[in-house]
Write a protein that binds this ligand. Structure first.
Ligand code: ITT
Length: 215
């Protein structure tokens, strides 16, 4: 059975809508420090696979403020723990830097290689945004495959939004300050959030691919 490895219950609630047979594994895999979410997610999937020794999915996600050159981006977790969500929101509003993106990279590893050749990751909805060069037009299969590391398959998703005063009780993390189409993500049910969210998009493409992969 597929294992979703995360310490974040909110991610599991959202993932369960896409994956019929999935077990949550609460393992805090070592998260490497890197500017690219692809690298962080890929390394996370490898570490999780080594720990669980069964097919695993991890996801790395973050908030990217356009006016702050993508901050906090890959450092979203650290910034949530230190500054806190409300202060990030206040800072963005005070500095008139409210245009934002949520981004997510889902990474899958089962220890085996993949026949599929690398293909672009949703370049359509991310073109020209404040992303690192490494993330733009990135290949779905991690580069490290070529170097003999455990193969990892990556799926990315993103959603645009606006930073607002906190509203809503659902969701987690930065959801209360992230408004998309008139509602914050904390004002949406998991299903409503999935229908538009960064994680929903990444999970949808993973689920589509995984149907043919499943033994
Ligand atoms: P795991 O690494 O154990 O999966 P995590 O919560 O640390 O759990 P991330 O590193 O991916 O997960 O999250 C980085 C930060 O972004 C963290 O502060 C989350 O609360 C926040 N975050 C992630 N996904 C989010 C989402 O869908 N909505 C709002 N905030 C989110």
């Amino acid at each position: 059975m597929l294992r979703y490895v995360t310490t974040n219950e909110g991610k599991i609630r959202e993932a369960e809508e896409y994956l019929e047979e999935v077990a949550a594994v609460d393992y805090d895999y070592p998260e490497i420090q890197a500017d690219s979410m692809r690298t962080i997610a890929a390394e996370g999937a490898r570490a999780a696979y080594r720990h669980v020794e069964a097919p695993v999915v991890v996801d790395d996600a973050g908030l990217f403020l356009e006016g702050f050159d993508g901050f906090p981006g890959p450092y979203s977790s650290y910034v949530e723990d230190t500054l806190g969500v409300e202060r990030v929101g206040r800072l963005a509003r005070e500095e008139d830097a409210t245009r934002a993106w949520f981004r997510c990279v889902v990474a899958y590893c089962d220890g085996d290689g993949f026949e599929a050749t690398p293909e672009p990751v949703d370049t359509d909805d991310r073109r020209g945004r404040n992303l690192s060069a490494d993330d733009r037009g990135a290949a779905a299969t991690d580069d490290a495959v070529a170097e003999g590391a455990l193969p990892v398959r990556l799926f990315a998703g993103s959603v645009p939004g606006r930073i607002v005063e906190p509203r809503g009780e659902d969701g987690f993390g930065y959801d209360p300050i992230f408004e998309h189409d008139g509602r914050t993500m904390a004002e949406m049910s998991p299903a409503e959030k999935n229908a538009v969210s960064h994680r929903g998009r990444a999970l949808a493409s993973f689920a589509e691919w995984f149907v043919d992969r499943e033994p």
